[in-house]
Design a protein around this ligand. Structure first.
Ligand SMILES: NC(=O)c1ccc[n+]([C@@H]2O[C@H](COP(=O)([O-])OP(=O)(O)OC[C@H]3O[C@@H](n4cnc5c(N)ncnc54)[C@H](OP(=O)(O)O)[C@@H]3O)[C@@H](O)[C@H]2O)c1
Length: 264
């Protein structure tokens, strides 16, 4: 039986990965900070799907957290066949008005922990000549997003990093996939502090986490480097940078997202 380690498994897209992979008879290692939610999910999936589920309660924005994940997995004698680097958050508002520590925490979680976990688990996969890493990026990674500037830049990093690793690993037996969801119904908007009134107007249709996960797993099976989930509107958005001068595009996005900049 294969084992998947999923970060940010206590809600949203990470939880949907856990539920779908459990259905597919994959043992799970669930990582996040909310102990109660993780324990409830673990118990439910273990009983329903007859799989092994481990819970690691950790704040991945802490500098030593990725190493602690790796060491705990090794101590338990587990092998990770699929790593899903999903934990992440955004923080909307004008950059200078936002708290610096929150931006640094975001970089630590969205980028540093993801790079560290990838660097820790990838060599074992290469040695076994099998395994996969799914990095959850976003359609936000395809262009700058005023009022979500650090978040979009963090997802541009994840996208670029993952595609580069996909190419490096083409003949290694290890698959790497960047998943780029559009707006998805999760706790993301609330955590990011989207003003209620601005929500729909700025970001458009919300997909479900389950849709994102099914499209991601399908793309992984085909060994695609990248998948933009959620249909035509998201495909159009990610292709705009090819069609418009950068200045025109970022100015248009600034207008569309201006309501997010009103947050203090
Ligand atoms: N929803 C969207 O519209 C959307 C679109 C594109 C990309 N994404 C990306 O999808 C990924 C999942 O987000 P989501 O939409 O599912 O939002 P979510 O429901 O808020 O889930 C975020 C997950 O990350 C975990 N997490 C947050 N901070 C953490 C930390 N410091 N250490 C460990 N775990 C932490 C949360 O668990 P705890 O609070 O229990 O730690 C939760 O399980 C993120 O990378 C996000 O950027 C989301």
């Amino acid at each position: 039986m294969q084992t998947a380690l999923i970060t940010g498994a206590s809600s949203g897209i990470g939880e949907a990965f856990a539920r779908e992979l459990a259905k597919r008879q994959t043992n799970l290692i669930l990582v996040a900070r909310n102990d109660t939610k993780l324990q409830q999910l673990a118990q439910q999936l273990a009983e329903k799907c007859k799989i092994q589920v481990e819970v690691l309660v950790l704040d991945l924005s802490q500098p030593a957290a990725a190493k602690a994940v790796f060491e705990t997995v090794a101590e338990k004698g587990l092998t990770v066949d699929l790593l899903v680097n999903n934990a992440g958050f955004g923080d909307c508002g004008a950059f200078a008005d936002r708290q610096l520590h929150r931006q640094v925490e975001m970089i630590q979680l969205n980028i540093v922990a993801l790079v560290e976990l990838t660097h820790l688990f990838l060599p074992q996969m290469q040695q076994r000549r099998s395994g996969a890493i799914i990095n959850v990026a976003s359609i936000a990674g395809f262009q700058p997003l005023p009022y979500l500037s650090v978040y979009a830049a963090s997802k541009a990093f994840v996208l670029s990093f993952s595609e580069a690793l996909w190419a490096e690993n083409r003949s290694s037996g290890v698959r790497i996939l960047a998943v780029c969801p559009g707006p998805t119904e999760t706790n993301f908007a609330k955590t990011a502090g989207f003003p209620q009134s601005a929500d729909g107007a700025a970001v458009g249709r919300y997909a479900s986490s389950e849709e994102v996960v099914l499209e991601a797993l399908q793309a992984l099976e085909k060994d695609q480097p990248t998948v933009v989930t959620g249909g035509l509107a998201n495909q159009v958005i990610v292709n705009l940078p090819r069609l418009l001068p950068r200045e025109t595009l970022v100015s248009a996005v600034e207008k569309q997202f201006r309501s997010l900049g009103t947050r203090q």
